[in-house]
Design a binder for this molecule. Structure first.
Ligand code: NAD
Length: 317
């Protein structure tokens, strides 16, 4: 297969690109490097720097491509609250641009990296695909709009479409920006540095943490599976984990117990999240294979940034 990954120099995109070249596919990546870094991409990946809304660039990159993985997006929930227009421009506008360019060139299938945040607040768990979306933040609204554009334009222009609602992915290579960092690498880094952890709310809010390799397996399966056209499919671990339990797992993996400070003035966002995986199992043959303790151990072992902060403490203890 010849594929294009938009946002392919990011956390999930790099892991996906490297898996696909290992499987023998021809991989092109388009990324503007606003958050990504091409250094971790296999030399066999053809990297192009550019904006996903640049349709003429997409036309040339899409020649002879059978499948697009559309991952390019701004990805911070709190940032989207501050910059809703930017999130709409990139995450919705970028998706429409990809679909129009695919129509023009005649590409067969697109796999959209959507998000579990589109569920927002629901009355029951686990979260399953038939639930009515209830987005609470601009990032989630944009992902829901992207799903609708992908399905609608796909149906109009005869492009096969599938949207994966990815839960909280973590693993080596995930960026740790100075503000609004994702929870797993942020808490791990602070624990290794011997700092205190600040938890919003009481730490009893739950999330579904899924290891990057499992997400990549689902993305690859979605590009090849029959009978997935116009389907929304959850991708998670199926395990509901409180933030307090995550901190315990991080403490065990890091070999040190951090001090935890609870900030009751702020909420931790949507209270409970866990994926129902029946549809993923049925349509993609998906079964998560990495537990949270295993995933945290692999993150510690494989991520040089984490190793850097880990090593001195080992030496001292
Ligand atoms: P990431 O920030 O590491 O990757 C996104 C990539 O898109 C970055 O490399 C960035 O440079 C690129 N990008 C941003 N704007 C662009 C533009 N205008 N043109 C071209 N490239 C652009 O984030 P990630 O965690 O790898 O997420 C990948 C996708 O998966 C995103 O669509 C995200 O919304 C989705 N997703 C991720 C998670 C998760 O837990 N990581 C969960 C749900 C959904």
């Amino acid at each position: 297969m010849r594929v294009l990954i938009t946002g392919g120099a990011g956390f999930l995109g790099t892991a996906l690109a490297n898996r696909l070249v290992e499987l023998g596919h021809h991989v092109r990546v388009l990324d503007d490097l606003s958050a990504g870094d091409p250094a971790r991409l296999s030399p066999r990946v053809l990297f192009t720097r550019g904006d996903v809304r640049d349709v003429p660039k997409l036309w040339s990159l899409l020649q002879s491509v059978q499948c697009v993985f559309h991952l390019a997006a701004r990805v911070s929930v709190p940032e989207s609250v501050l910059y809703a227009r930017d999130y709409n421009d990139v995450n919705v506008g970028g998706t429409v641009a990809v679909m129009e360019a695919m129509r023009d060139v005649g590409v067969a299938r697109v796999v959209l990296a959507s998000s579990a945040t589109v569920y927002g607040v629901q009355a029951s768990l686990p979260l399953h695909e038939a639930m009515r979306p209830n987005p609470q933040v601009p990032y989630a609204v944009a992902k829901l709009a992207a799903e609708h554009y992908v399905f609608t334009l796909g149906a109009l222009h005869h492009i096969e479409t599938v949207a994966l609602r990815i839960f909280n992915a973590y693993g080596p290579g995930q960026r740790i920006p100075p503000v609004h960092a994702p929870v797993v690498p942020q808490l791990l880094k602070q624990t290794l540095a011997g700092g205190s952890l600040v938890v919003f709310g009481n730490g009893q809010q739950t999330r579904d943490f899924v290891y990057v390799d499992d997400v990549v397996s689902a993305l690859v399966a979605a590009s090849q599976a029959p009978d997935v056209n116009r389907q929304i499919i959850n991708v998670g671990s199926g395990q509901e984990t409180t933030i307090n339990e995550l901190i315990q797992a991080i403490a065990a993996a890091a070999g040190r117990a951090p001090e935890v400070l609870y900030n009751d003035h702020e909420t931790g966002g949507v209270v409970h999240m866990v994926a129902d995986l029946h549809k993923a199992q049925h349509l993609l043959g998906y079964a998560p294979s990495v537990t949270l303790p295993q995933g945290l151990a692999q993150l510690l072992e494989k991520d040089p940034r984490v190793q850097l902060s880990h090593a001195p403490h080992r030496g001292l203890s």
